[in-house]
Design a protein around this ligand. Structure first.
Ligand code: NAD
Length: 307
C-alpha cells in the first residue's frame, strides 16, 4: 500500500514509518521538524519537510496514497495551557487542511492519532469509548475537535475515518524537551543521573503506559481492518499504574536507588487513566503484549541516550 504519515519524524510517526517500510509498503513522511528529527527514519521512507497546513504540498504528497496516518501535532499538555491558539492552529486546523486535501485528491482512509487525554476525569475505569469526553486542557480539546472534524466531514465527503485514542505511549526515541518532558523518559534519565524524581500532584494518580511497538501494531492494523469506518478506538496497555509504582519500576530497571518528591501544589492533571481495550481487541485484533517492566528495559537498551 501507499501511505502518507504526517508527523513522521516524531516519536510514534518514525516508529510507524519504519515498520511500514520494513513490511515493504511505500511510505511518504511529512514533518515540519518543529520537534522531529528525520535522521531516525529508514532510507526507505520518502521524507519531505513541510507544514500540515500547506495544502499545495499535501496535494502533491497525497497522489496515489491509499491511507493517511495523521500524527502531526503539538503534543504537550502544559504547553497547550500557555499557547492554546497554536494548539488549535496545528492540531485542529492542520487536521481540517489534511481532510480538505484528501477530499481534493481522493484518498480513501485516514487514521487520526487522538489521545486518552480526551476523557478527563471519569468516574469509572477502565475508560470505554462510549464515555462522554471531558477535556481538561487545550491539548485535549484540540484532540476532541480533531476527532469531530474527521468523523463529521469524513461522513459528509465519503472518506473512511478512524480515531485511535492512544494512552501514555513510551519507548526509545521519545522526544525529551527541556521543559515539561514526558514522564517515562524523564524519570529514566533522572534516575540514571542520580537526580530526584519530582512528581506533580499526589502519588495516587494513575496512567496507562503503553509501549511504542504495541501502539504501532494497532496503527498498522487500522489501515486494513474492515468495518471500522467512523469508529473511535482506545489503544493502551489495559493496565493501570500509579505514579508511585512507576517510580518503583524505574528504580528497579535502572538499578538505582531513587529519591522522589511529591509536589502536591502543582496539579498533576487527571487522577486516573486506564484504557478498556475490548473494542481494539474486537476490531483490530489488538492485544497489548509488552508489560511495563519489559518496556522500560527495552527503552533503556534501545535508546542511545540512556547508555
Ligand atoms: P512527537 O512530538 O514526537 O511527534 C509529533 C510530530 O509532529 C513532530 O515530529 C513534529 O515535528 C511534527 N509537527 C508538529 N507540528 C507540525 C506541523 N504543523 N506540520 C508538520 N509536522 C508537525 O509526538 P508523538 O508522541 O510521536 O505523538 C504523535 C501523535 O500521537 C500526536 O498527534 C500526539 O498527539 C498523539 N499521541 C501521542 C501520545 C504519546 O503518548 N506519545 C499519546 C496520545 C496521542
Amino acid at each position: 500500500m501507499n501511505f502518507l504519515i504526517t508527523g513522521a519524524a516524531g516519536f510514534l510517526g518514525s516508529a510507524l514509518a519504519n515498520q511500514l517500510a520494513r513490511e515493504g509498503h511505500q511510505v511518504r513522511g511529512l514533518d515540519d521538524l518543529s520537534t522531529g528529527d528525520p535522521r531516525v527514519l529508514s532510507p526507505d521512507v520518502h521524507f519531505t519537510r513541510g507544514d500540515v497546513n500547506d495544502r499545495p504540498k499535501l496535494w502533491t504528497l497525497l497522489q496515489e496514497v491509499d491511507c493517511v496516518y495523521h500524527l502531526a501535532a503539538r503534543v504537550s499538555v502544559p504547553e497547550s495551557v500557555l499557547y492554546p491558539r497554536e494548539y488549535n492552529a496545528v492540531n485542529v486546523g492542520g487536521t481540517v487542511s489534511m481532510m480538505e486535501a484528501m477530499r481534493d485528491v481522493g484518498v480513501r482512509r485516514v487514521i487520526l492519532a487522538s489521545s486518552g487525554a480526551v476523557y478527563g476525569d471519569q468516574g469509572e475505569q477502565p475508560l470505554r469509548e462510549t464515555a462522554i469526553p471531558d477535556p481538561h486542557s487545550p491539548y485535549a480539546v484540540s484532540k476532541v475537535s480533531a476527532e469531530h472534524y474527521i468523523r463529521t466531514i469524513g461522513k459528509l465527503w465519503g472518506l473512511e475515518t478512524v480515531c485511535l485514542r492512544i494512552f501514555n505511549a513510551y519507548g526509545p526515541g521519545q522526544h525529551l524537551p527541556p521543559s515539561h518532558p514526558p514522564v517515562v523518559p524523564h524519570f529514566l534519565r533522572q534516575a540514571l543521573r542520580g537526580g530526584t524524581l519530582v512528581v506533580h500532584g499526589d502519588d495516587t494518580q494513575t496512567r496507562d503506559y503503553v509501549y511504542v511497538d504495541d501502539v504501532v501494531s494497532a496503527m498498522v492494523a487500522a489501515s486494513t481492518a474492515p468495518n471500522i469506518n467512523g469508529l473511535v478506538i482506545n489503544v493502551g496497555s489495559g493496565t493501570e499504574t500509579s505514579i508511585r509504582e512507576l517510580v518503583k519500576k524505574v528504580s528497579e530497571v535502572t538499578g538505582r536507588k531513587v529519591d522522589s518528591l511529591y509536589n502536591a501544589i502543582t496539579p498533576g492533571g487527571v487522577s486516573r487513566m486506564c484504557a478498556d481495550l475490548s473494542l481494539a481487541a474486537q476490531k483490530l485484533n489488538y492485544r497489548s503484549s509488552i508489560k511495563l517492566d519489559d518496556g522500560l528495559r527495552l527503552t533503556l537498551r534501545r535508546d542511545p541516550r540512556f547508555k
